[in-house]
Every structure is written in C-alpha cells, then in structure tokens.
Design a protein around this ligand. Structure first.
Ligand SMILES: Nc1ncnc2c1ncn2[C@@H]1O[C@H](COP(=O)(O)OP(=O)(O)O)[C@@H](O)[C@H]1O
Ligand SMILES: [Mg+2]
Length: 283
C-alpha cells in the first residue's frame, strides 16, 4: 500500500469507509460501514443458521497491518461473547510484493492472502493447529473465535512463560510442517496460546515463499522467524539471557536436525537475533 492510501485508510477507518470491490462492485470505490455490515449479514446468514448462532452483529476491530478490516461477530444477547472473527479485504487496499527485501517471502495481495489463509485453515484446523474456517470468498474470511491470548502479550507480561510455551510452539511448528504447510510470518503476535489447556493455534497466513527458495528452506525459515521474535527485548529475551543453556537445549531437542542444518545457509539478515545463539543450528 502506498503511503497516501495507507494514511487514507487509517483516517477513514473509524467511519468504515473503505476502498473495495466487495458488494459485487468491480471498480474501486468507497463502501460505508453499513454497506459492509449488510454484506456480512447477506453472506453469513446461512452460515449462522448452520452453526446455530444466536442473533449477532459485527464489531469493527480496526485495520490490520496489511490493510484488511478486522471485525468480530458478537452475540447480540450477550455482546461480550465473541462468536467469530474475520477480515474483509479489498483488491485495492494493499499492493502485494516484497515487503522486506532481505526476507525470502512475498506478501500476497489481499484476495490471494484470503485464499491462502482459508486453504491453510481448512487443512490444519482439524489437527488443532489453526482456528476453523467458517466462511470465505474473494474479499472476506470468517473463522471461529479462539478464546486465547497472543503469545506476544503473554511474554510481555511474564517473560518466564517462555519456558512453558517454547517447546509447545516448536512442536506445533513441526506438526504444521508434517502436514505440508508453512507459515512464513511466525512472530509471537500470530500465535494464540491458551494457558488453561496448553493449546497453540497459528493465525495470519498472508505470505508466500519467494520463488528462489524451496520448501525445506521455508520450514527452517519458520523456526528462525519464531526464535527471532522470541528473542525480542519485550518478549523472552530477559528470561533466555538468564539461562541460555536451557534455551539452546530446548531448541536443539525440539527442532529437527535437518531443519537446523538448513537454517545455517541463510544470510545474517534472515537469521536476525538467532545469530546470538547460532549453535542452535549446528548439528
Ligand atoms: N482470538 C482469535 N481467534 C481466532 N482467530 C483469530 C483471533 N485473533 C486473530 N485471529 C485471526 O488472525 C487474523 C488477523 O490477523 P492479526 O494477526 O490479528 O492481524 P494483522 O494482520 O494486523 O497482523 C484474523 O483474520 C483471524 O483469522
Ligand atoms: Mg498478525
């Protein structure tokens, strides 16, 4: 998205006028909040009936980092009860392309992002790795609401929680790869965790690998990005600095050795903060 349309989107998001081709309109135009609400009502009535949802209404959460509108569907009888969550994107809301040229991934355009995210949710939800998909078309995706916290929030509050979640997330990444999927944007904000049950769910699949890298490398990249995020100052860094040996041990136990070996071929810009603990990748 260029700066002017980004600023425009931010500015108008409160009144929910968005640039879009939803509502069956092919050229870019503004849609009002009520038009988008009516789009959701039209398209979700049958889903709601199928799932036996109570009366519901959308509440807008804001504009996502990639320009789609995030919303939650709430029960009208009990507004604090969230039924589902979703994103609404327009083809013109964000240009696709390489967001960070040093990283081996491409940000998909909004329609392709929705397509990829729906496909991955369909393939991974029944393995307990993502939320379930409830509805998708070219400009809108709705998935089940997971009553969980983002790992970024958990670690910001208590960095010691890294010891609980590090092995669980590493195992969940391995499971995702066994089902032939990869994430490519595994920062701690895209990982939902539920302390009571220990469940881990991945969200936000809007990137694809850049053509020059192959599947095994994309799997190594997932681990590298996750660890790079975990090593951030306001995530797990402090706890890890207090016990680096434990960190290395958990990583070496929970990341397959062939994946660790492949990560060593990445340039320093990709390895990021994991360079401080590069023996993770030695086999
Ligand atoms: N609590 C939740 N339950 C289920 N899915 C969620 C939840 N929070 C976020 N998501 C998923 O994450 C997507 C939004 O990604 P998010 O990481 O919140 O935004 P951003 O694109 O700004 O990084 C939603 O479309 C939804 O699929
Ligand atoms: Mg995200």
């Amino acid at each position: 998205m260029d700066t002017s349309s980004s600023t425009l989107l931010q500015r108008v998001s409160r009144s929910f006028r968005i640039i879009g081709n939803a509502l069956g309109i092919s050229s870019a135009r503004y849609a009002t909040h009520s038009e988008v609400s009516s789009y959701l009502h039209q398209h979700l009535e049958c889903v709601a009936a199928d799932l036996n949802w109570p009366a519901w209404s959308p509440r807008w959460l804001g504009v996502s980092s990639t320009g789609s509108l995030l919303f939650r569907l709430e029960s009208i009888e009990c507004p604090s009860k969230c039924i589902a969550i979703g994103r609404y994107a327009s083809h013109t809301s964000m240009s696709s392309g390489v967001a960070e040229p040093s990283l081996p991934r491409i940000l998909l355009n909004p329609a392709a992002g929705i397509e990829r995210e729906s496909r991955v949710y369909q393939s991974l939800a029944h393995h307990g790795l993502t939320p379930r998909l409830l509805f998708a078309d070219t400009c809108c995706l709705v998935n089940e609401y997971v009553d969980a916290e983002r790992l970024s929030d958990v670690l910001r509050r208590d960095p010691e929680q890294i010891w609980l979640w590090l092995p669980k997330v590493l195992d969940a990444i391995s499971a995702m790869h066994r089902f032939n999927e990869h994430h490519l944007d595994l920062n701690c904000g895209n990982i939902l965790v539920q302390p009571t049950s220990g469940l881990v769910r991945f969200v936000d699949f809007e990137y694809e690998v850049s053509p020059e890298i192959e599947l095994p490398q994309s799997q190594s990249f997932d681990y590298v990005r996750f660890l790079h995020g975990v090593l951030k100052r306001r995530r797990g860094e402090k706890a890890i600095q207090r016990d680096p040996t434990r960190f290395l041990q958990v990583c070496r136990t929970h990341i397959p050795s062939e994946i660790r070996r492949r990560a060593m071929t990445f340039p320093a810009a990709v390895l990021g903060r994991t360079l401080r603990y590069s023996t993770i990748f030695e086999t």
